[in-house]
Design a protein around this ligand. Sequence first.
Ligand SMILES: Cc1cc2nc3c(=O)[nH]c(=O)nc-3n(C[C@H](O)[C@H](O)[C@H](O)COP(=O)(O)OP(=O)(O)OC[C@H]3O[C@@H](n4cnc5c(N)ncnc54)[C@H](O)[C@@H]3O)c2cc1C
Length: 432
Amino acid sequence: MAEKPKVVILGAGFGGLWAARKLANRPVDILLVDKNNYHTFLPLLYQVAAAELEPERIAQPVRYLIRDQANLNFRMGAVTAITPAEKTIAVDGEPIGYDYLIVALGSTTAFFGVPGAEEHCFTLKSIDEGIEMRNHILRTIEAASNEPDPAKQAEMLTFVIVGGGATGVEYAGALAELIYQPLEKDYPRVNLKKLARVILIEAGSQLLSGIDEGNYTAERLKKIGVDVRLNTKVASVEADRVNLAEGEPVLADTVLWAAGIQGQPVVKSAGVELTRGSQFEVLETLQSEDYPEMFVVGDLIRFMQDGEPLINTAQVAMQSGEVAAENIMALINQKPLENFRYYDKGMMATIGRNAAVANIGGRHFTGFFAWLIWLFIHLFFLIGFRNRIGVLTNWAWNYLFYERVVRLVMPLDSSKRESERATEKKSARQPA
Ligand SMILES: Cc1cc2nc3c(=O)[nH]c(=O)nc-3n(C[C@H](O)[C@H](O)[C@H](O)COP(=O)(O)OP(=O)(O)OC[C@H]3O[C@@H](n4cnc5c(N)ncnc54)[C@H](O)[C@@H]3O)c2cc1C
Protein backbone atom coordinates (compact mmCIF):
# COMPACT_ATOMS: atom_id res chain seq x y z
CA MET A 1 0.00 0.00 0.00
CA ALA A 2 1.33 3.47 -0.93
CA GLU A 3 2.43 5.61 1.99
CA LYS A 4 0.08 8.42 2.93
CA PRO A 5 1.36 12.00 2.62
CA LYS A 6 2.89 13.18 5.88
CA VAL A 7 1.54 16.42 7.34
CA VAL A 8 3.46 17.97 10.22
CA ILE A 9 1.64 20.59 12.29
CA LEU A 10 3.76 22.78 14.56
CA GLY A 11 1.83 24.03 17.61
CA ALA A 12 -1.30 22.65 19.31
CA GLY A 13 -2.86 26.04 19.96
CA PHE A 14 -5.96 27.34 18.23
CA GLY A 15 -4.51 27.25 14.70
CA GLY A 16 -2.73 23.88 14.96
CA LEU A 17 -5.45 22.02 16.80
CA TRP A 18 -8.22 23.20 14.48
CA ALA A 19 -6.11 22.24 11.45
CA ALA A 20 -5.45 18.80 12.94
CA ARG A 21 -9.16 18.25 13.60
CA LYS A 22 -10.03 19.24 10.05
CA LEU A 23 -7.69 16.50 8.78
CA ALA A 24 -9.29 13.78 10.92
CA ASN A 25 -10.22 10.68 8.89
CA ARG A 26 -8.50 12.05 5.77
CA PRO A 27 -5.90 9.94 3.94
CA VAL A 28 -2.87 11.67 5.52
CA ASP A 29 -0.52 10.85 8.41
CA ILE A 30 -0.32 13.78 10.82
CA LEU A 31 2.32 14.60 13.37
CA LEU A 32 1.29 17.34 15.79
CA VAL A 33 4.16 18.91 17.77
CA ASP A 34 3.97 21.13 20.84
CA LYS A 35 6.43 21.94 23.62
CA ASN A 36 3.60 21.48 26.14
CA ASN A 37 1.45 18.39 26.46
CA TYR A 38 -1.63 20.60 26.68
CA HIS A 39 -3.69 23.07 24.68
CA THR A 40 -4.23 26.41 26.41
CA PHE A 41 -7.40 28.49 26.25
CA LEU A 42 -5.56 31.82 26.31
CA PRO A 43 -8.63 34.12 26.52
CA LEU A 44 -9.08 33.10 30.17
CA LEU A 45 -5.38 33.24 31.10
CA TYR A 46 -5.77 36.62 32.77
CA GLN A 47 -8.13 34.96 35.27
CA VAL A 48 -5.35 32.53 36.27
CA ALA A 49 -3.09 35.54 36.85
CA ALA A 50 -5.84 37.21 38.91
CA ALA A 51 -6.37 34.18 41.19
CA GLU A 52 -9.84 33.54 39.73
CA LEU A 53 -9.22 30.20 38.03
CA GLU A 54 -6.92 27.25 38.62
CA PRO A 55 -4.51 26.81 35.67
CA GLU A 56 -5.90 23.33 34.97
CA ARG A 57 -9.28 24.86 34.18
CA ILE A 58 -8.02 26.53 31.02
CA ALA A 59 -5.94 23.66 29.63
CA GLN A 60 -6.55 20.20 28.21
CA PRO A 61 -4.02 17.44 27.46
CA VAL A 62 -3.42 17.22 23.71
CA ARG A 63 -3.42 13.43 23.77
CA TYR A 64 -6.89 13.47 25.33
CA LEU A 65 -8.13 15.83 22.62
CA ILE A 66 -6.79 13.71 19.75
CA ARG A 67 -7.56 10.32 21.27
CA ASP A 68 -10.12 9.40 18.62
CA GLN A 69 -8.08 10.60 15.65
CA ALA A 70 -6.41 7.47 14.26
CA ASN A 71 -4.33 9.30 11.62
CA LEU A 72 -2.65 11.59 14.15
CA ASN A 73 0.36 11.21 16.39
CA PHE A 74 1.54 13.76 18.96
CA ARG A 75 5.10 14.64 19.88
CA MET A 76 5.85 16.70 22.94
CA GLY A 77 9.00 18.73 22.30
CA ALA A 78 10.34 22.14 21.34
CA VAL A 79 10.56 22.99 17.65
CA THR A 80 14.16 24.10 17.29
CA ALA A 81 14.37 24.61 13.50
CA ILE A 82 12.18 24.93 10.42
CA THR A 83 14.01 24.15 7.18
CA PRO A 84 11.51 24.31 4.29
CA ALA A 85 14.32 24.15 1.71
CA GLU A 86 14.92 20.57 2.91
CA LYS A 87 11.29 19.85 3.90
CA THR A 88 12.34 19.17 7.47
CA ILE A 89 11.77 20.59 10.89
CA ALA A 90 13.65 19.75 14.08
CA VAL A 91 12.17 18.80 17.44
CA ASP A 92 14.65 19.18 20.30
CA GLY A 93 17.35 19.11 17.62
CA GLU A 94 16.16 15.92 15.91
CA PRO A 95 15.27 16.41 12.21
CA ILE A 96 11.85 15.22 11.01
CA GLY A 97 10.77 15.24 7.35
CA TYR A 98 7.38 16.22 5.98
CA ASP A 99 5.41 16.44 2.74
CA TYR A 100 3.24 19.31 3.97
CA LEU A 101 3.77 21.63 6.89
CA ILE A 102 1.47 23.89 8.91
CA VAL A 103 3.33 26.37 11.10
CA ALA A 104 1.06 27.39 14.01
CA LEU A 105 3.55 28.26 16.75
CA GLY A 106 1.79 31.44 17.82
CA SER A 107 3.38 34.56 19.19
CA THR A 108 5.41 35.96 22.01
CA THR A 109 5.45 39.43 23.59
CA ALA A 110 6.87 42.37 21.60
CA PHE A 111 8.61 45.06 23.64
CA PHE A 112 9.19 47.43 20.68
CA GLY A 113 12.76 48.07 21.81
CA VAL A 114 11.68 49.93 24.98
CA PRO A 115 14.79 49.85 27.20
CA GLY A 116 14.46 47.62 30.26
CA ALA A 117 10.97 46.35 29.32
CA GLU A 118 11.96 42.79 28.51
CA GLU A 119 14.24 42.60 31.55
CA HIS A 120 11.88 44.00 34.18
CA CYS A 121 8.31 43.36 33.02
CA PHE A 122 6.06 40.40 33.55
CA THR A 123 4.27 39.04 30.49
CA LEU A 124 1.08 37.04 30.05
CA LYS A 125 1.35 34.61 27.15
CA SER A 126 1.40 31.17 28.76
CA ILE A 127 0.09 29.27 31.77
CA ASP A 128 3.56 29.43 33.38
CA GLU A 129 3.50 33.21 33.11
CA GLY A 130 -0.06 33.35 34.47
CA ILE A 131 0.98 31.38 37.56
CA GLU A 132 4.11 33.48 37.96
CA MET A 133 2.07 36.68 37.85
CA ARG A 134 -0.49 35.39 40.36
CA ASN A 135 2.21 34.24 42.76
CA HIS A 136 4.04 37.53 42.44
CA ILE A 137 0.92 39.61 43.21
CA LEU A 138 0.06 37.51 46.27
CA ARG A 139 3.65 37.45 47.53
CA THR A 140 4.13 41.18 46.99
CA ILE A 141 1.01 42.10 48.95
CA GLU A 142 2.07 39.73 51.72
CA ALA A 143 5.51 41.39 51.84
CA ALA A 144 4.01 44.90 51.65
CA SER A 145 1.81 44.14 54.65
CA ASN A 146 5.02 43.83 56.73
CA GLU A 147 6.87 46.79 55.21
CA PRO A 148 7.47 49.54 57.80
CA ASP A 149 8.66 52.22 55.35
CA PRO A 150 5.56 53.90 53.78
CA ALA A 151 7.47 54.96 50.63
CA LYS A 152 8.66 51.41 49.98
CA GLN A 153 5.24 50.05 50.78
CA ALA A 154 3.65 52.41 48.24
CA GLU A 155 6.11 51.26 45.57
CA MET A 156 5.35 47.62 46.36
CA LEU A 157 1.63 48.27 46.16
CA THR A 158 1.74 49.98 42.77
CA PHE A 159 0.85 47.67 39.89
CA VAL A 160 1.38 49.00 36.38
CA ILE A 161 -0.09 47.40 33.28
CA VAL A 162 1.22 48.62 29.94
CA GLY A 163 -1.15 48.23 26.97
CA GLY A 164 -4.85 49.06 26.71
CA GLY A 165 -5.85 46.16 24.45
CA ALA A 166 -7.99 43.22 25.60
CA THR A 167 -5.32 41.59 27.82
CA GLY A 168 -4.38 44.86 29.56
CA VAL A 169 -7.98 45.96 30.12
CA GLU A 170 -9.24 42.57 31.29
CA TYR A 171 -6.32 42.10 33.66
CA ALA A 172 -6.52 45.64 35.04
CA GLY A 173 -10.20 45.10 35.91
CA ALA A 174 -9.62 41.66 37.41
CA LEU A 175 -6.58 42.80 39.41
CA ALA A 176 -8.35 45.85 40.84
CA GLU A 177 -11.25 43.66 41.92
CA LEU A 178 -8.88 41.10 43.47
CA ILE A 179 -7.03 43.75 45.47
CA TYR A 180 -9.93 45.97 46.49
CA GLN A 181 -12.34 43.16 47.40
CA PRO A 182 -11.03 39.79 48.72
CA LEU A 183 -7.47 40.92 49.50
CA GLU A 184 -8.79 44.06 51.22
CA LYS A 185 -10.68 41.70 53.54
CA ASP A 186 -7.60 39.47 54.01
CA TYR A 187 -5.38 42.39 55.09
CA PRO A 188 -7.55 44.50 57.42
CA ARG A 189 -4.46 46.28 58.85
CA VAL A 190 -3.12 47.51 55.52
CA ASN A 191 -5.99 49.49 53.98
CA LEU A 192 -5.37 48.32 50.43
CA LYS A 193 -8.27 50.43 49.16
CA LYS A 194 -6.31 53.54 50.06
CA LEU A 195 -2.73 52.41 49.46
CA ALA A 196 -2.75 50.01 46.49
CA ARG A 197 -2.82 51.43 42.97
CA VAL A 198 -3.53 49.71 39.66
CA ILE A 199 -2.39 51.89 36.77
CA LEU A 200 -3.22 51.12 33.14
CA ILE A 201 -0.99 52.89 30.63
CA GLU A 202 -1.96 53.20 26.95
CA ALA A 203 0.02 55.06 24.29
CA GLY A 204 -3.08 55.75 22.14
CA SER A 205 -6.19 57.74 22.92
CA GLN A 206 -8.54 54.75 23.16
CA LEU A 207 -8.80 51.57 25.21
CA LEU A 208 -9.87 48.36 23.45
CA SER A 209 -9.30 49.94 20.07
CA GLY A 210 -11.38 48.05 17.48
CA ILE A 211 -13.90 46.89 20.10
CA ASP A 212 -14.93 49.99 22.07
CA GLU A 213 -15.59 53.25 20.28
CA GLY A 214 -16.14 55.67 23.15
CA ASN A 215 -15.15 56.14 26.77
CA TYR A 216 -17.13 53.25 28.20
CA THR A 217 -14.12 51.04 29.00
CA ALA A 218 -12.04 53.82 30.55
CA GLU A 219 -14.97 55.09 32.64
CA ARG A 220 -15.83 51.61 33.83
CA LEU A 221 -12.22 50.88 34.86
CA LYS A 222 -12.00 54.18 36.72
CA LYS A 223 -15.16 53.28 38.59
CA ILE A 224 -13.54 50.12 39.99
CA GLY A 225 -10.43 52.00 41.04
CA VAL A 226 -8.05 51.70 38.05
CA ASP A 227 -5.95 54.78 37.27
CA VAL A 228 -6.28 54.96 33.45
CA ARG A 229 -3.64 56.96 31.62
CA LEU A 230 -4.29 57.43 27.91
CA ASN A 231 -1.87 59.08 25.44
CA THR A 232 0.97 58.03 27.73
CA LYS A 233 4.14 56.52 26.28
CA VAL A 234 6.55 54.38 28.27
CA ALA A 235 10.13 55.55 27.66
CA SER A 236 11.91 52.86 29.68
CA VAL A 237 11.43 50.46 32.56
CA GLU A 238 13.75 50.01 35.53
CA ALA A 239 13.59 47.53 38.41
CA ASP A 240 11.64 49.95 40.58
CA ARG A 241 10.00 52.39 38.13
CA VAL A 242 8.39 53.10 34.80
CA ASN A 243 9.82 56.17 33.08
CA LEU A 244 7.30 57.95 30.90
CA ALA A 245 8.04 59.95 27.75
CA GLU A 246 6.54 62.94 29.56
CA GLY A 247 6.03 63.63 33.25
CA GLU A 248 7.06 62.02 36.51
CA PRO A 249 8.16 58.37 36.57
CA VAL A 250 5.81 55.88 38.22
CA LEU A 251 7.52 54.14 41.13
CA ALA A 252 6.36 50.54 40.99
CA ASP A 253 7.74 47.11 41.72
CA THR A 254 5.36 45.34 39.36
CA VAL A 255 4.93 46.03 35.66
CA LEU A 256 2.99 43.79 33.30
CA TRP A 257 3.77 44.35 29.61
CA ALA A 258 0.65 43.61 27.56
CA ALA A 259 1.34 45.83 24.60
CA GLY A 260 2.15 43.79 21.53
CA ILE A 261 2.93 40.50 19.85
CA GLN A 262 5.63 39.11 17.59
CA GLY A 263 6.17 35.70 16.01
CA GLN A 264 7.97 32.97 17.96
CA PRO A 265 11.74 33.43 17.41
CA VAL A 266 12.23 29.93 15.95
CA VAL A 267 10.41 30.95 12.74
CA LYS A 268 13.45 32.98 11.76
CA SER A 269 15.19 29.68 11.00
CA ALA A 270 12.81 29.15 8.03
CA GLY A 271 15.00 31.49 5.99
CA VAL A 272 12.05 33.32 4.40
CA GLU A 273 11.36 37.02 4.58
CA LEU A 274 9.43 37.99 7.72
CA THR A 275 7.82 41.25 8.85
CA ARG A 276 9.45 43.38 11.55
CA GLY A 277 7.31 41.54 14.07
CA SER A 278 8.56 38.14 12.84
CA GLN A 279 5.29 37.27 11.12
CA PHE A 280 4.88 35.69 7.68
CA GLU A 281 3.26 37.53 4.79
CA VAL A 282 1.65 34.50 3.19
CA LEU A 283 -0.29 34.10 -0.06
CA GLU A 284 -4.08 34.31 0.18
CA THR A 285 -4.10 30.51 0.28
CA LEU A 286 -1.94 30.75 3.46
CA GLN A 287 1.04 29.20 1.62
CA SER A 288 4.53 30.55 1.80
CA GLU A 289 5.37 32.19 -1.52
CA ASP A 290 8.75 30.43 -1.60
CA TYR A 291 7.60 27.03 -0.37
CA PRO A 292 4.03 26.14 -1.46
CA GLU A 293 3.91 23.01 0.73
CA MET A 294 4.46 25.20 3.83
CA PHE A 295 1.32 26.88 5.28
CA VAL A 296 1.34 29.41 8.10
CA VAL A 297 -1.66 30.24 10.32
CA GLY A 298 -2.80 32.08 13.45
CA ASP A 299 -0.72 34.70 15.21
CA LEU A 300 2.18 34.03 12.86
CA ILE A 301 0.53 35.66 9.84
CA ARG A 302 0.21 39.29 8.94
CA PHE A 303 -2.78 38.99 6.65
CA MET A 304 -4.33 41.89 4.78
CA GLN A 305 -8.07 41.78 4.26
CA ASP A 306 -9.98 44.66 2.62
CA GLY A 307 -6.85 46.78 2.87
CA GLU A 308 -6.40 46.33 6.64
CA PRO A 309 -4.21 43.88 8.56
CA LEU A 310 -6.31 41.35 10.48
CA ILE A 311 -6.07 41.54 14.26
CA ASN A 312 -4.60 38.21 15.37
CA THR A 313 -7.24 36.50 17.47
CA ALA A 314 -8.28 32.98 18.37
CA GLN A 315 -10.98 33.10 15.67
CA VAL A 316 -8.44 34.08 13.02
CA ALA A 317 -6.23 31.19 14.15
CA MET A 318 -9.03 28.60 14.10
CA GLN A 319 -10.39 29.69 10.74
CA SER A 320 -6.95 29.94 9.10
CA GLY A 321 -5.99 26.53 10.54
CA GLU A 322 -9.03 24.96 8.93
CA VAL A 323 -8.42 26.61 5.56
CA ALA A 324 -4.76 25.50 5.57
CA ALA A 325 -5.86 21.92 6.27
CA GLU A 326 -8.40 21.99 3.43
CA ASN A 327 -5.81 23.48 1.09
CA ILE A 328 -3.36 20.67 1.87
CA MET A 329 -6.05 18.18 0.86
CA ALA A 330 -6.69 20.24 -2.29
CA LEU A 331 -2.97 20.14 -3.16
CA ILE A 332 -2.89 16.37 -2.61
CA ASN A 333 -5.99 15.89 -4.76
CA GLN A 334 -4.77 18.41 -7.35
CA LYS A 335 -7.85 20.58 -6.86
CA PRO A 336 -7.96 24.41 -6.81
CA LEU A 337 -6.99 26.00 -3.49
CA GLU A 338 -9.31 28.18 -1.44
CA ASN A 339 -8.37 31.76 -0.52
CA PHE A 340 -8.53 32.53 3.20
CA ARG A 341 -11.17 35.07 4.14
CA TYR A 342 -11.75 35.79 7.80
CA TYR A 343 -15.35 35.79 8.89
CA ASP A 344 -15.71 38.08 11.91
CA LYS A 345 -17.99 36.41 14.46
CA GLY A 346 -17.48 39.26 16.90
CA MET A 347 -14.98 40.77 19.31
CA MET A 348 -15.43 41.27 23.02
CA ALA A 349 -13.68 41.99 26.29
CA THR A 350 -14.79 42.03 29.90
CA ILE A 351 -14.14 44.89 32.32
CA GLY A 352 -14.59 43.41 35.78
CA ARG A 353 -17.87 42.06 37.11
CA ASN A 354 -21.09 42.93 35.30
CA ALA A 355 -19.41 44.86 32.49
CA ALA A 356 -18.08 44.06 29.03
CA VAL A 357 -17.88 45.48 25.54
CA ALA A 358 -18.90 43.39 22.54
CA ASN A 359 -19.14 43.97 18.80
CA ILE A 360 -21.23 41.25 17.25
CA GLY A 361 -22.72 41.21 13.75
CA GLY A 362 -22.09 44.93 13.35
CA ARG A 363 -23.88 45.72 16.65
CA HIS A 364 -22.19 47.26 19.66
CA PHE A 365 -23.11 46.15 23.18
CA THR A 366 -21.85 47.38 26.54
CA GLY A 367 -22.65 46.66 30.19
CA PHE A 368 -24.36 43.73 31.84
CA PHE A 369 -25.85 42.24 28.66
CA ALA A 370 -22.45 42.29 26.94
CA TRP A 371 -20.97 40.66 30.05
CA LEU A 372 -23.54 37.83 29.88
CA ILE A 373 -22.69 37.30 26.19
CA TRP A 374 -18.98 37.23 27.12
CA LEU A 375 -19.57 34.62 29.86
CA PHE A 376 -21.66 32.42 27.60
CA ILE A 377 -19.26 32.55 24.61
CA HIS A 378 -16.18 31.84 26.71
CA LEU A 379 -17.84 28.89 28.42
CA PHE A 380 -19.01 27.60 25.05
CA PHE A 381 -15.54 27.72 23.48
CA LEU A 382 -13.67 26.38 26.50
CA ILE A 383 -12.71 22.80 25.71
CA GLY A 384 -13.96 20.05 28.03
CA PHE A 385 -17.20 19.62 29.98
CA ARG A 386 -15.36 19.24 33.31
CA ASN A 387 -13.51 22.50 32.72
CA ARG A 388 -16.77 24.28 31.91
CA ILE A 389 -18.35 23.07 35.15
CA GLY A 390 -15.23 24.03 37.14
CA VAL A 391 -15.03 27.50 35.61
CA LEU A 392 -18.74 28.11 36.11
CA THR A 393 -18.47 27.05 39.78
CA ASN A 394 -15.51 29.37 40.37
CA TRP A 395 -17.26 32.27 38.63
CA ALA A 396 -20.45 31.74 40.64
CA TRP A 397 -18.51 31.57 43.93
CA ASN A 398 -16.49 34.70 43.11
CA TYR A 399 -19.60 36.53 41.98
CA LEU A 400 -21.78 35.67 44.95
CA PHE A 401 -19.23 36.10 47.71
CA TYR A 402 -16.81 38.68 46.24
CA GLU A 403 -14.07 36.11 46.71
CA ARG A 404 -11.23 34.63 44.67
CA VAL A 405 -10.81 30.92 45.12
CA VAL A 406 -7.16 30.44 44.08
CA ARG A 407 -5.24 32.66 46.49
CA LEU A 408 -2.40 30.19 47.02
CA VAL A 409 1.24 30.87 46.28
CA MET A 410 2.13 27.61 44.60
CA PRO A 411 4.01 25.74 43.27
CA LEU A 412 6.90 26.94 45.36
CA ASP A 413 9.60 26.51 42.70
CA SER A 414 8.08 29.45 40.83
CA SER A 415 9.66 31.45 43.62
CA LYS A 416 13.11 31.04 42.04
CA ARG A 417 12.66 33.80 39.47
CA GLU A 418 10.65 35.71 42.04
CA SER A 419 13.48 35.75 44.56
CA GLU A 420 15.91 36.83 41.84
CA ARG A 421 13.60 39.74 41.07
CA ALA A 422 13.27 40.56 44.78
CA THR A 423 17.06 40.71 45.16
CA GLU A 424 17.30 42.89 42.07
CA LYS A 425 14.68 45.28 43.39
CA LYS A 426 16.27 45.38 46.81
CA SER A 427 19.64 46.39 45.35
CA ALA A 428 17.92 48.99 43.12
CA ARG A 429 16.46 50.56 46.26
CA GLN A 430 19.81 50.78 48.10
CA PRO A 431 21.07 54.37 48.15
CA ALA A 432 24.11 54.79 45.86
C1 LIG B 1 -3.72 36.65 27.64
C2 LIG B 1 -4.34 36.50 26.29
C3 LIG B 1 -5.70 36.73 26.12
C4 LIG B 1 -6.30 36.59 24.87
N1 LIG B 1 -7.63 36.81 24.77
C5 LIG B 1 -8.24 36.59 23.57
C6 LIG B 1 -9.64 36.71 23.44
O1 LIG B 1 -10.35 37.04 24.40
N2 LIG B 1 -10.20 36.47 22.23
C7 LIG B 1 -9.44 36.12 21.14
O2 LIG B 1 -9.99 35.88 20.06
N3 LIG B 1 -8.11 36.01 21.23
C8 LIG B 1 -7.49 36.23 22.41
N4 LIG B 1 -6.13 36.11 22.53
C9 LIG B 1 -5.35 35.83 21.31
C10 LIG B 1 -5.42 34.37 20.93
O3 LIG B 1 -5.23 33.56 22.06
C11 LIG B 1 -4.37 34.08 19.87
O4 LIG B 1 -4.64 34.92 18.78
C12 LIG B 1 -4.40 32.63 19.46
O5 LIG B 1 -4.08 31.80 20.56
C13 LIG B 1 -3.42 32.36 18.33
O6 LIG B 1 -3.48 31.02 17.99
P1 LIG B 1 -2.17 30.28 17.46
O7 LIG B 1 -2.58 28.89 17.14
O8 LIG B 1 -1.53 31.09 16.39
O9 LIG B 1 -1.18 30.32 18.69
P2 LIG B 1 -1.36 29.68 20.14
O10 LIG B 1 -2.77 29.43 20.46
O11 LIG B 1 -0.58 30.56 21.04
O12 LIG B 1 -0.63 28.27 20.00
C14 LIG B 1 0.75 28.15 19.74
C15 LIG B 1 1.20 26.81 20.26
O13 LIG B 1 2.55 26.61 19.86
C16 LIG B 1 3.28 26.10 20.94
N5 LIG B 1 4.69 26.51 20.75
C17 LIG B 1 5.20 27.76 20.71
N6 LIG B 1 6.52 27.73 20.46
C18 LIG B 1 6.85 26.43 20.35
C19 LIG B 1 8.06 25.73 20.08
N7 LIG B 1 9.22 26.38 19.85
N8 LIG B 1 8.05 24.39 20.03
C20 LIG B 1 6.89 23.70 20.23
N9 LIG B 1 5.71 24.30 20.49
C21 LIG B 1 5.69 25.64 20.54
C22 LIG B 1 2.65 26.68 22.18
O14 LIG B 1 2.89 25.86 23.31
C23 LIG B 1 1.17 26.72 21.77
O15 LIG B 1 0.49 25.56 22.18
C24 LIG B 1 -5.51 36.24 23.76
C25 LIG B 1 -4.14 36.01 23.92
C26 LIG B 1 -3.56 36.12 25.18
C27 LIG B 1 -2.10 35.86 25.33
